[in-house]
Ligand binder design. Sequence first.
Ligand SMILES: Nc1ncnc2c1ncn2[C@@H]1O[C@H](COP(=O)(O)OP(=O)(O)O)[C@@H](O)[C@H]1O
Ligand SMILES: [Mg+2]
Length: 501
Amino acid sequence: MNAERAPGNVKDEGNSRELLENLRVILDSIDEGIHVVDRNGVTVLYNKVAAQLDNLKEEEVVGKHILDVFPSLSRETSTLLQVLRTGQPICNREQTFTTYKGDEITTLNSTLPVRVDGRLVGAVEVSRNITLMREMAHRIVDLQVELFGRREGRRESESEGARYTFRDIVGESECILELKRKAARAAASSSSVLVYGETGTGKELFVQAIHNASPRARGPFVAQNCAAFPEGLLEGILFGTTKGGFTGAQDRPGLVELADGGSVFLDEIDSMPASLQAKLLRVLSERYVRRVGDTKVRRVDVRVMAALSRPPLEAVAQGMLREDLYYRLNVISLGIPPLRERREDIPLLTAHFVARFNAQFIMSVKGVSDEVARLFSEYDWPGNVRELEHAIEGAMHLLDGDIIMAEHLPDNLRNLARQREGGLAAESMRADAAAPRAPIEFQGDFRMAVADIESALVKKALSEADGNISRAARALGIPRQTLQYRLKRLGIDPRRLSSAR
Ligand SMILES: Nc1ncnc2c1ncn2[C@@H]1O[C@H](COP(=O)(O)OP(=O)(O)O)[C@@H](O)[C@H]1O
Ligand SMILES: [Mg+2]
């Protein structure tokens, strides 16, 4: 037994060393700092990014106890030691510090316990450098300050920040007309508004139109996506910061304060951390805001409009939207249906976007072909109106005539065209392999049908040749160059047809 086990162990050791080397390459290639300690607080793994962030060398850290390497830390303040003590993870904690060069760095850290068979054997800290993100957060606020600072003495008909009005909302479907009526009534009041609908359905369009039709139209319109920043930064962006509030903080108003007299649009509200939702609720009900780290409160008069991409009650049920905030926001609610549920608006929207891009690109495109109109009316539009808008914009860049054809459309729409046109031809191809040749029937364009047959033959040969073009050409009995030319023309990528990995 022993004689048999010994060589096995040597092999195991070799394997685990190989595994460790693999792990090191992986750890050094990612953007996060990784710091792993064993149960005694001694470092076992420390990657390049972590070393950069701490301005230390790997060999100065590995094999040593944390408190020996970081004298400024204590048993209480070290998150790694804390996790070893409690066994509880510490998630997404922000930390700002000054490097020896004097740069201010902000990291977002998560510290997690490591367990093997339920036993706590160590802890790992993952740090993300979010310094650039923090600067971006400050930039957002500074730009808004600039924008609204200049506002005094310059009265324009439309609010800065909100471009769209009800006239820009295209659609004659009953649901859109009803939504426009409801939104127009909402505009007259200052009540909160909750809009929901899939991405690209026009949520922000409606929100801007409401603002511009409201008595606050001359006031600011400020929009912020709540999924774009981690909690601490988002809190600063929305509610402002005070010097001394935390390391690196400066006196800055938040967007809520900047929108005084106007409206705030909070997109993806269900991505806002619960504690910030609570703070928002307080601001809404008490009508004042306190900057992070400030003792002073400031009165604000803002209208809050919020959006999410699923039914609000579903978000409440999943714990992503606080129920109390939901009731506060849901005074007026607008549910915008996906485009596939109001297909009658597609021709109108198509004409609208063609006209808009004609003006923008100085073109005179007349419209879309019958085939494209049919494709548009059958397609699912997972990206809704935005996807339609981009499909038309893209097509107009490719166009040489004055009608948008199927060949100008993005892949997913063109594939739908191929499936429709090629359906019968491809089926008979498949039957071909085994059964005697059935008469080929096709509908529509002759050249499209031929291209489909050609494409099916080429693809079959290529996949049988494992993506090897020379072999596929031989099997088809045509020169290699001819096959290459055809692949290009048919838009086939031979690598995708190889089963080898
Ligand atoms: N009914 C509509 N009429 C005209 N343009 C629309 C309509 N709905 C959406 N759009 C356009 O589609 C794009 C996406 O709309 P947006 O309001 O940003 O969607 P969401 O906020 O729901 O993701 C924008 O360019 C917008 O102008
Ligand atoms: Mg949006």
